[in-house]
Design a protein around this ligand. Sequence first.
Ligand code: HEC
Ligand code: HEC
Length: 470
Amino acid sequence: MSRLIGFGRLPRPFGLAVLLAVAALILAARPPFARALFEPGEERPGGAATALKARDSRAFTHPSAGMSLDRRLDFGLGDALFRKRWASSPSSTTASDGLGPLFNARACESCHRRDGRGQVPDPGAPAVSLVLRLGLPGGGAEPTYGHQLQNAAIQGFRPEGRLTLAYDEVPVALAGGEVASLRRPAYGVADLAQGPLAPDVQVSARIAPPMIGLGLLEAIPAADIVARADPDDADGDGISGRAQRLGPEARLGRFGWKAAQPDIAAQAADAFATDIGLSTPLIRRSRGDCTERQPACLAAPAGDDPAEGVEVTARMFDLTVFYARHLAVPARPAARDPEVLAGKALFLAAGCSACHVPAWVTGRDGVDPELAGQRIYPYTDLLLHDMGPGLADGKAEGEAAGAEWRTPPLWGIGLTAEVGGRTEFLHDGRARNLIEAILWHGGEAERARDAVIALSPAERARLITFLQSL
Ligand code: HEC
Ligand code: HEC
């Protein structure tokens, strides 16, 4: 023992006394709640599926732990499809064509870089992983441009237009003399190919979210999520939380910034159609987001597989979904660090966990073996919350109003810079760091935000240390 901790040269009894004294000092210096706060298992937020790999730029690219070799091979094939750069039709290989005619990117990976989140374009550069959703008040698509502004097109077609973005800085004073600055975005469109947008158009800028842990979120029993909803705030804590409901069967929504997709397959099919312009067994529209007011687009050649009549075959689609379901959540080696636990105590005390619910247990019915029955720590309730006018985009989606957003999971958030080279948070990437992300919280989260504003600078730093450890 003495050798292990480096007291090798001291006489034994003396070494032990020093060790005990140091241990007592450490225990006394630690906040009293720290030990009680640590939950065994927290260091593996994805349960047994957690990736026990280095927290480096590849931290989000690993498969669920515990996979058989066969399934790891499928994961590899799915990875290749996620990176695949689709080509326009006709091309020499029908297995890779069908792009567009209108699109935002040629590959899933172009937006979900290294399986992480998207980025806001640099001034003057074209937007790639920040897309502009379009819609009308009753929930329909914009009559000419459809559900999304496609800023790229195959040869012979004009991109629909381009997203323009300007920021305005708003200072916010924090306790202890610190001042933060929030950049408020203003979105516009330029170079529209077919005239102005509908006068009552609603727009929503969205950045690609990170891809980790999605299969685990999909495996949380719907009844458990709905049980936490409190639409009329019956418990009077100022936080309601509503379940997103979709389609005639009122399926629970889980994915996307407004939880507008019920599962990974639906979200992937929507991405193939809207972002890349490809048909799948779930959405058999080979011209993606073209509308009836875009007849040339609708008449463009498709890259349909001759046997299946879609561009992305059932096998290719299933592999892509399998891949997206199994991107593992990284381990948290610092989970029991005293500073981290002190930050966790502040997170709980500020009321963050009312929405960023720390722990869940995944179900077993129809769930892949690696993901079934796991205690996980995603820090989300997957419910919609009114986040106030500052974050509202005015675009309704399903049950979600313009000011409502789904609580995003926080697992892996501390690795954003490692994976993406920079940090941009919230649905449109407006927050440049974690403090800004918190300061944008309003509506149901106003009290939690104000609690953070009132913390001392040292306490705020601890809260951030905790978030960085996730
Ligand atoms: C042009 C950029 C872009 C491309 C290309 C793209 N995505 Fe996305 N992805 C997004 C955006 C933006 C969102 C958030 C959508 C929303 O809020 O409605 C998203 C959300 C998702 C989600 C939900 C994640 C969550 O936490 O809710 C999944 C799963 C996903 N994408 C998978 C894919 C797959 C699979 C592909 C390739 C077929 C793909 N994406 C291609 C931009 C993109
Ligand atoms: C009322 C529910 C609620 C409370 C309380 C709440 N949040 Fe959030 N949080 C959200 C929602 C919803 C979003 C997404 C908002 C958006 O993108 O516009 C979010 C986003 C975030 C993000 C950015 C996540 C990302 O992936 O970009 C961070 C970080 C965050 N919250 C931390 C906190 C902290 C820390 C607290 C406590 C001080 C807190 N939140 C309290 C609901 C809540």
